[in-house]
Every structure is written in C-alpha cells, then in structure tokens.
Design a protein around this ligand. Sequence first.
Ligand code: HEC
Length: 314
Amino acid sequence: MDMKKTNLILTLLLISSGVIAQTTVEPAKQIIPEPNIGLSITELLVIALLFFAVVLLVVAVTLFNAFKVMLKEQKDPQPFIKYQKPEQVDYTEWLKLKKSTPNIWTKLLSLKPMEEEKNLEIPHAYDGIKELSNPVPAWFNVLFYGTIIFGAFYLYYYHIGGYGERQDDEYITEMTKADLDKKAFLAKSATKVDEGSIKIDAAQIVNGKGVFDANCIACHGDKGQGLVGPNLTDEFWLHGGSVVDVFKVVKYGVPEKGMVSWQKNLTSLQISEVTNYIMSLKGTNPVGAKAPQGEKYEEKLAIDTANAEIITKN
Ligand code: HEC
C-alpha cells in the first residue's frame, strides 16, 4: 500500500510538472510556431478521468477494509472490555517491554530493529561469517520505480505522443529564434552609427543637407564656406578630414572653441548624414570661402588612420 501511495504521488507530480512546462513554454509560441506542447481538451479529460479512477480505487479499498472489519465483528463479536488500570511496572522492565517504534529515517532505510536480526539471517555461513537478508530500502524502491514511471512518461511525451520537442527539433527552433533575434538586432543597430561604423554613403547626402541647413548654417555658412566656424569645403582641417574625424567632431563637438556637441540633439543617423554631406562639399569652392585653417589633410594617410581606428575599435 505504501509503495502504491508513493507511486501515485510520483504520477501526480509528473502530471503537474507537465502542466507547468506547458505554461512556461506558452510565450515562445508568439514568436515562431512550435510543435504543440500543450494538452488538448480530450487529453486533459482522459487525465482527469484517470485521476478520478485512482481516487475511486482508493475510496473503494478503504471502504472494503472497513466492511471487512464490520463483518468480522458481526461473525465473532468481541465483548466490550472495561478499562483496566494498567499495572505499575519497573522502568527497566518497561524498557524491555516497549517495542521500538520505527521513525521515518529507519522506515526510509527499511532498517530492522536489532531484535529481528535473527529472522533476517540467511542460513549459511562462510568462514563463520553470517549474512543478513536486509530488505531493499524504501528510498531505493522509490527511485527505481520512479525512474521507470518517468521513463514511460518520457517515452510517451517525446516519442509516441510527439508533444515534446526532441533535441534536434529544439536545436532548429532555437536557431530560427536566434536568427529572428539577430535580424531584429541588426535592423535596430543599422540606424545606430558610431565612429567605429561610420561610412561614406552618397545616399545620405540629401538628408545630410537638410540637417546641415537646419543646424549648422549659422556658424559654417549656407554652403559650408565658414563664418564663425571654419570652412568645411577646403582641404584644411583643424581636427582631421577623414569621415571618422568629422563624425567625431560633430558628435562630441569642441565646446571650448564654440563647436557644439550634437549627440544629444541629433540622432546618430543624422550625424552620419550630415557628416556625409560635409564630405561631399570638398572642393566646391563657394564664394566668400573662409581662409583655410588647420592642416592640409592627406587622403591616403587619413584613410589608413581611419581604418586603424576602426580596427582598434573592433
Ligand atoms: C555655434 C556655432 C557652431 C555651430 C552651430 C556649428 N558649429 Fe561646427 N564648428 C564651430 C567652430 C567654432 C568650430 C571650430 C572649432 C575649433 O576651433 O576647434 C567648428 C568646427 C567644426 C568642424 C571641424 C572642422 C575642422 O576644421 O576640423 C566640423 C566638421 C563641424 N564644425 C561641423 C558642424 C556641423 C555638422 C554642425 C551642425 C550640425 C556644426 N558644425 C554646427 C562652430 C559651430
């Protein structure tokens, strides 16, 4: 009976863990269609009926036992025994009389009291050594039958019923999920440009002119010829003329010299666009161009340093 009870508990545990697994897997479904792990209504019904049947069985067994007692009593009625005051016994005698009641620990290990050792003896002896036939401990049985039950459920869940995802399917699912994540990440980071990823892109020049006209004309002139700020159309630069240099100056500014940092007011994409616009102004020679400031910028060298910068960034 004890064994049956533990089996029942194990079964229920397995069923409930299945239910938990079902609820935790649920959210992933929104991302990609996964093989249906949840139980259908009919299956839930079958489980409920099974559970009900087990409960009925337990009730039936209990009733049966009760009826047995009643029947026994009817066949062979025991007279009501009047309460008799027990005799006073000596403590040492009482100790001997007292049967050791096994606690949970001894039950779990299926230990037998020393007095019963004689019954456990196997009737043979080798070199005078006797063997005891100790029962298999309860914990071992629980584990043993538990794994069998678990195995049966596992087999049904993953191989026969096909509810659970097997390793290879799980791998595919995870890879598709990762792929989607990667695409989402790339889509997001594509608009995020920094000095490590800024590139010459002629397609951005049009938007860049918009950004420049809205923010930079006051100091750099409507054609970038230079006013308060330096001329942006010549080959001379105060802070370097590579695309990375220009991007950095626009992003971080030169506050002490009156050039604002734009990273708070412009998005990284806008900074990239205006940078590309400035790069396109080179050699336009607008009227009223401000006198060159800074050093002449050598394209070749700058590309190398720009590349080096990108490499060190990565
Ligand atoms: C308030 C005036 C002001 C505004 C507005 C301004 N700048 Fe400047 N900018 C300056 C000054 C002044 C310098 C020179 C800094 C120095 O001497 O180091 C400068 C320098 C620069 C440089 C570096 C030039 C070099 O020779 O290295 C670039 C590139 C630049 N600005 C781009 C921009 C862009 C793009 C905008 C608009 C988004 C902008 N600036 C708006 C004042 C301004």
